[in-house]
Design a binder for this molecule. Structure first.
Ligand code: NAI
Length: 331
């Protein structure tokens, strides 16, 4: 069986090729994202493999169905970019990789927090310029701070545990409280109380309920001088509201690995281009904002798991019609 890959990066080829022998499929890689037009590249492939910024709406589903595609295998956890109803009506199954090294993402969220706080990125450059002054590098102890976690699934859980290890007081908001986390000291509270913590980290999926969960009203629930980290999905944050809050000092530090309009920017080298997106340019101009380009998942361990689980998802469906990791919203 042939599998067509879209939005392929060199590292995808390395990791999928490493595992493909175990599964015996033919893998065809395309650099372009999957659109109605590029769906024409699918030639005899029964499955397509896509990533976070491929937008799979009705038009793409119809184009894929016309080409005989039976399965979409997301090589990521989130599936907010896929119209599941359109997939269903076109007879296409959708699966994802629900938990590949959640620690990779949680650890990146912590890296962002520590970088923003202790300004190691600035210290690195400063020392290389033989500037050994400490002025402007003042941070705070993470120990004893209150940490609010929105979404305590695989990644949020891992993040809570790391923060408990730092000696923080961790509270969380989720539609379902997690008993195991409660047992180790995480307090489940209403969103308004969780947002009033010193440090807030977002780990819920992007859906109709969570779109712009960080907005003018919820920012007003935050402590002045809060730190906000988002490694989940850009659409969780109303960027204009956050820019206002950064200008007012309501948010003292912002770390984002995801951005609402990231599909036009991330995973590309645009160093010679004129960026047309004024909001990201404004964000990049703040000294207290750290942006990484959707790299939280990017560890060797995670890429090994992603490629193995993705190929196993396809094999299970292809050979037994089994869909263990079907992308579906909670009922
Ligand atoms: P998960 O499905 O294990 O957990 C999500 C949690 O969010 C669940 O506990 C769920 O009950 C909760 N939730 C759902 N709706 C909610 C709401 N309205 N309010 C509060 N909580 C809500 O997902 P996982 O693996 O922890 O991933 C979380 C998100 O992280 C993914 O949806 C994805 O968008 C993002 N992600 C980002 C990566 C990156 O590289 N930056 C890599 C992997 C995932």
């Amino acid at each position: 069986m042939k599998i067509a890959f879209f939005s392929t990066q060199p590292y995808d080829i390395v990791f999928f090729n490493k595992h493909k022998e175990e599964f015996g499929y033919e893998l065809v890689y395309f650099e372009s994202s999957l659109t109605k037009e590029t769906a024409n590249l699918v030639d005899g492939a029964e499955a397509v493999c896509v990533f976070v910024n491929d937008k799979l709406g009705v038009d793409v589903m119809e184009a894929l169905a016309a080409k005989g595609v039976k399965m979409i295998a997301l090589r990521c956890a989130g599936f907010n970019n896929v119209d599941l109803a359109a997939a269903k009506s076109n007879g296409i199954q959708v699966c994802r990789v629900p938990a590949y090294s959640p620690e990779a993402v949680a650890e990146h969220a912590v890296a962002m927090l520590l970088t923003l706080n202790r300004k190691t990125h600035k210290a690195y450059n400063r020392v290389r310029e033989q500037n050994f002054s400490l002025n402007g590098l003042l941070g705070f102890d993470v120990h004893n701070k209150t940490v609010g976690v929105v979404g305590t699934g695989n990644i949020g859980k891992a993040f809570c545990k790391i923060m408990l290890g730092f000696g923080c007081k961790v509270s969380a908001f989720d539609i379902i409280a997690n008993k195991d986390l409660e047992a180790i000291g995480v307090a489940f509270k209403p969103l308004s109380e969780v947002l009033a913590c010193d440090i807030i980290s977002l780990h819920c999926p992007l859906n109709d309920q969570t779109k712009h969960i960080i907005n003018d009203q919820t920012i007003a629930m935050m402590k002045k001088g809060a730190t906000l980290i988002n490694t989940s999905r850009g659409g969780l944050i109303d960027t204009k509201a956050v820019i206002k809050a950064l200008k007012a000092g309501q948010i003292a530090y912002l770390g984002i690995d995801v951005y609402e309009q990231e599909e036009k920017l991330f995973f590309r080298d645009l160093s010679s281009d004129i960026i047309q997106d004024d909001l990201i340019q404004r964000l990049m101009s703040f000294p207290n904002v750290l942006i990484t380009a959707h790299q939280a998942f990017f560890t060797e361990d995670a890429l090994n798991q992603i490629s193995q689980t993705t190929l196993k998802n396809i094999k299970d469906f292809h050979e037994n019609g089994k869909l263990e990791n079907q992308a579906a919203f909670l009922a």
